[in-house]
Design a protein around this ligand. Structure first.
Ligand code: FAD
Ligand code: MLT
Ligand code: ZN
Length: 456
């Protein structure tokens, strides 16, 4: 591989301007694009280019390939693993102008959207046709469809509907050499060789730029019930989740958090906590019948005599959800966290959480730890405040505990630049070799997102 230029020539910048227009080639004040959401990963991109359509993306990649310039795709920049980290001489390709939406195809229950459309825009479009897009999480207003495909985003409804990969029924993408892949018919049965859409899900911008996708939509149920429960221990929460899941197909979400996190959110955003408990479990159900009394009688039969708050209207539900969803922002208000997004077997959650807390406090008793996450998936978010951004000791400690439990070092956020050093804790030598072979075949120059996933 020939070495890359660190400074971009004016001739190259002018050729980008010819493709997208001067206004969409940015060379100054790039900090907003260069710094990740957490503030932990600070890059130094030389140029940000904002194409308006697939053909412009193709021309940009042809130019970058010709000049051997590295490309970092960027959507809403809400990623939490430094996946958009661009070094000097790198070009960030922002997909925000690729934001076409719909129309909703009610007959097939599908929608075609540009990669820059936000998750929330897709929710709104689906809702106006009595439908629903299954992927949902706190950053819905900013995270893009392209970003969620590139990270195979999970979120709060995975337990019922699966992750982003399960919703993508068609894809359009531009490969590093500028070739366009287009497979957007949305056929549900289509065994014609490798599943390219699936390969691009979770590829973290290392194989090409997703420019559009066709997404599966689901019926929007008429009734939603959200219930906050209080428990004394993680063990109890795990037991309840397993039982409720078995009993109710209508369970959409089962989110766990602790008293310390709830207090942090309450202070940061002036949100009321309905009752005090050491551990909280937030459940959400959706169905075409009102489930509140069924859920309550199930809890009564399970001898649940604890504290609870139930909401079925939008405002009440939103108040309960804020307590959970504002954890990320509330933590970041107190510093730059080291964030770990990991999975272990659900039954191992109590022990895993205990060992993780113990490992962190033995390493440095002054660090503060906040844990919350998606209980039914065994997916916890471990957040540590205290270590400097570049101190990786805590990363080593937490990810080794995950490996001891045979867990995954990335449940839903991806590897990015944050965890590439530890990829071998979750993937075998042969798996990594296969991934590198795929990468080498599609991107022989290694120009796509070189700081992310693994070093070639
Ligand atoms: P970016 O941050 O811009 O990019 C993320 C990665 O995708 C990068 O590697 C980038 O190079 C690549 N990429 C972006 N667009 C493209 C494209 N069009 N083609 C190819 N590669 C591309 N994530 C979850 O999974 N579940 C959650 O519950 C969740 N909750 C969150 C809550 C908050 C408050 C925040 C801030 C983040 C949360 N996230 C969550 C993380 C984040 O929102 C997701 O990873 C999301 O998918 C990123 O989308 P984005 O458009 O912001 O992508
Ligand atoms: C969440 O579930 O809220 C997220 O994935 C965000 C985070 O880990 O902070
Ligand atoms: Zn999450």
């Amino acid at each position: 591989m020939t070495s890359r230029p660190q400074a971009l020539s004016s001739e190259f910048v002018e050729s980008l301007q010819q493709v997208v227009g001067d206004a969409h080639v940015l060379t100054d004040d790039l900090a907003g694009y260069g710094t990740d959401w957490t503030g932990r990963f600070i890059g130094a991109p030389s140029v940000v280019v904002r194409p308006a359509n697939t053909s412009e993306v193709s021309h940009i990649l042809q130019l970058c390939s010709k000049h051997n310039i590295a490309v970092v795709p960027q959507g809403g920049n809400t990623g939490l693993v430094g996946g958009t980290l661009a070094s000097e001489g790198h070009v960030i390709v922002s997909t925000l102008r690729l934001n076409s939406l719909g129309p909703v195809d009610a007959a097939s229950r599908q929608i075609s959207v540009g990669a820059g459309a936000t998750v929330e825009q897709v929710h709104e479009a689906a809702k106006s046709h009595g439908l629903r897009y299954a992927v949902d999480f706190g950053a819905r207003g900013t995270a893009t469809i392209g970003g969620t495909i590139a990270t195979n985003a999970g979120g709060i409804n995975v337990l019922r509907f699966g992750s982003t990969r399960h919703q993508v029924v068609g894809i359009e993408a531009v490969l590093p050499n500028g070739d366009v892949i287009e497979h957007m018919a949305g056929l549900i049965k289509d065994n014609t060789g490798y599943d390219i859409a699936s390969l691009l899900c979770g590829s973290e911008g290392t194989l090409g730029i997703v420019t559009a996708a066709r997404l599966r939509l689901l019926p929007l149920h008429t009734s939603r019930t959200t219930i906050l429960l209080g428990y004394g221990s993680t063990e109890e929460v795990v037991r309840v989740v397993q039982k409720i899941r078995h009993q109710f197909d209508s369970l959409d979400a089962a989110e766990l958090f602790y008293e310390d996190g709830a207090n942090l959110v309450a202070e940061a955003f002036n949100v009321a906590i309905p009752f005090v408990a050491p551990v909280y479990l937030l459940l959400e159900f959706s169905a075409d019948v009102d489930l509140a009394s069924d859920i309550e009688s199930h809890l009564a039969q399970s001898n649940f005599a604890g504290l609870s708050a139930v909401a079925q209207d939008e405002l009440g539900r939103a108040k309960l959800w804020r307590l959970r969803e504002e954890h990320t922002a509330a933590i970041s208000m107190h510093g730059v966290p080291h964030k770990f997004d990991v999975t272990v077997a659900v039954s191992d959650l109590p022990k895993f959480i205990e060992k993780t807390r113990q490992g962190i406090s033995e390493t440095n008793a002054d660090w503060t730890v906040f844990i919350f996450g998606h209980a039914a998936d065994g997916n916890m978010h471990v957040n540590v405040l205290g270590p400097s951004a570049t101190d990786e000791l805590v990363d080593e400690v937490v990810l080794q505990v995950v490996a001891e439990f045979k867990g995954s070092i990335s449940a839903e956020h991806g590897i990015g630049s944050a965890k590439k050093k530890w990829l071998s804790l979750s993937r075998s030598h042969n798996e990594i070799a296969m991934m590198k072979a795929i990468k080498g075949a599609i991107d022989p120059q290694g120009m796509m997102n070189p700081n992310t996933l693994f070093a070639m």
